[in-house]
Design a protein around this ligand. Sequence first.
Ligand SMILES: [Zn+2]
Length: 817
Amino acid sequence: MIRESLRQANHRRNRLVLALAATLAIFFAALQLRADEPYARSRDYDLQHSKISLRFDLERKKVLGEVTHSLSILRDGTAKIVFDSAGLTIQKVTVNKAAAKFETTAEKLIIPLAAEAKSGDKFEITIRYEGKPTKGMYFILPDKDYPDRPSQIWTQGESEDTHYYLPTYDYPNDRLTTETILTVPASWITVSNGKLVSVGDAGKGLKTWYWKESVPSSTYLITVVAGEFDEVKDSWRGIPVTYYAPKGRGDRLPVNYGRTPAMMELFSKKFGVDYPWEKYAQVMVDDFVAGGMENSSATTNTSNSLTHPKLAPEYFTGEDDLISHELGHQWFGDLVTCKDWGDIWLNEGFATFLEAVWTEAHFGKDQADYERWNNAREWFRSSNIWNKPIVRHDFDDSSEFDGNAYGKGGWVLYMLRHQLGEDAFYRGIKHYLEVNRGKNVVTADLAKAIEEAAHINVDQFFSQWLYGAGAPKFDLSYTYDTEKHEVMLNVQQTQKVEGRVGLFRVPVEVEITTAAGPKLYNVTVSKEKQNFPLPAESAPLMVLFDKGGHILKSAEFHKEKKEWLYQLKHATDLADRADAVVALGKLKNDEEVVAALGDTLRTDKAWGVRATAADTLGQLDGVSASKLLLAALDSSDKPWVRSRVVSALGDFKDDAAVAAKLDAIAKHDDSYRARAAALQALGRLKGPKVFETLDATVAGDSPDGFLRNAALRALGSLGDDKAVPLLLEWSAAGKPIDSRTAAIRSLASLQKDNKDITKQLAGYLTEPHFPVRMAAIFALGEIPVQVMPTKIPPRVPLAKNSPPSSASKSSSTCCRK
Ligand SMILES: [Zn+2]
């Protein structure tokens, strides 16, 4: 799974969104009420096959179901069969075709057996039921406010929500094959797991779609999608690859999703295990509660990933992070599944790592390095997960889908690959997939597979990075001895050693560059304080500790300005140059530094370093910095750099040249992203005529209202109460959902004591539109408690049974994206 806030942060990657994601994280961590079961259950039976037949009562948003489970008893003396089932009305149960008694509790369907069963006994249990699911299955239908929206029904099973629409065994440590038989209006299409066997007329304007999945997977990976969709067909090595968009948006599929077969090819080759399912479908749905979900052979993604064809070229890596993440899960998560939620990083860490593998192969090393460098910084910023290990079973107070499972998990696999080498690493991965395919795994299974295949013991590595918490923080310095011709490198680990955070033992590549050229040394750091004598013919021009940034760490390297300037210009790896940018950014009021960063902004070969230089110049302030940023606009034509330069200009208050340039860009520029960034920057600068510019932009048109939404967000930063009527208008039902969420969030930062606004925001909490509810929750979180309406409407998503659990999860925590 991938969280939508994460997807967006990755997609836009600018300071504002990251700040927003962090705020949401803190807010939703507090909302998480029910923790998922951390340890796998003991099982009484093995669910082997489910035949699921569903019809829908659209008017009442009900599911009418019949499911036949084929199962085999695992334990002698089993006297009853217990399924997970919540909020469903069970109408009839048969056991081996004979009517059977049953009872229900809030979370279970219990079927007593006529006699105690023995291990190996087989049962066929049929359950007829109906219900109006409060989770797990969602009905997105036209309504009075949105009469033209395409109808969609979709499910989201992870982590334990399948049993809200299907009585079943709802924990990952069981696997089964499925038949899914869906009867829907004749004009609809459906998507489910496995092969499409047939579509037949069902009378009364209905059709029945019959899907069959013959590769076993866990019940949280079952998917049902039905509705009015456009389809685009593709293929990979003869396997059907299909993409679906809500009706009317089919033209957006190829531009955003067209690289899927190339990813399937890359991953199949890297792993030495071919894509394992009979087809690969990706279906994009509206109001999705996550960013993406890797259902076996049939991923569901948010329709926000259907970027408008006019905007899509403005994103360097497009939606590839999302697409490669969910595709990666088809092996890591679906073919091989974590046994319990405590080992969820075996799903999410791999999927995150595989985003980088695709990025590196398709967009090049600099892009992969830049993302990894960013991910490390973001992980270090999320201090709430610092003292928690990646593998843990105590997540009562937080979500298991945190920045450790994702960001740090991905980093750990990257480090493992770097330390083992590409060949040994992938030999281990291939073996892991081969011995565990179709099985559930814990972290020890990965260590064992690597050792068996590569003959390298990884216990110590796993112990500190996966079962231990934190990461090394280094304090670094060196001296040069002109007589001994030696650099003495002083290394200190400064992380607080307590709880699960220990001292780290890490192999480090140190590069020393002298007039004679660079030399690389390998050292192993393992103690709190260590000195490493390293030969150097003359005084070093540059000393790099962990050259290229291959270790998840933070480092305070005490260097002189001239060394950082040298590093900025001459280091070969992106991470080292980006580190120099950040270090130099701490030297205020230094014209030499400003000039060097300006030079980097114009000439560095990696756009990520150029963009980081732009951010840093923005923070440095001063006339010369703003001049360099303004000048760089002439050469920064790539929207992903240009928008960052524009954004940085939003830090220069009372600079007429900046304000004029931003106004001009906001009104006319080739890049929509640059225009949006200019609108936001103007909002932050709060200049005299900004309201008029934003007001006019809201009234204007752009692809998907992209500029309008930016202007609506900017009105929040502007903080001018004149905007209230405009924001109220655009937050109202009937307006496009994206514009509404932008307006709602901005409203929250205006007139915080205005009870009418607060009342209107609280009214949005009961709306059927998930993003609107989320925006309202966020906005209300900004408002002082004394202004909150005393009566919160009954279906506020704080109540246990109304929010999608993955919703809170989808926004919760993160270090990263
Ligand atoms: Zn995921």
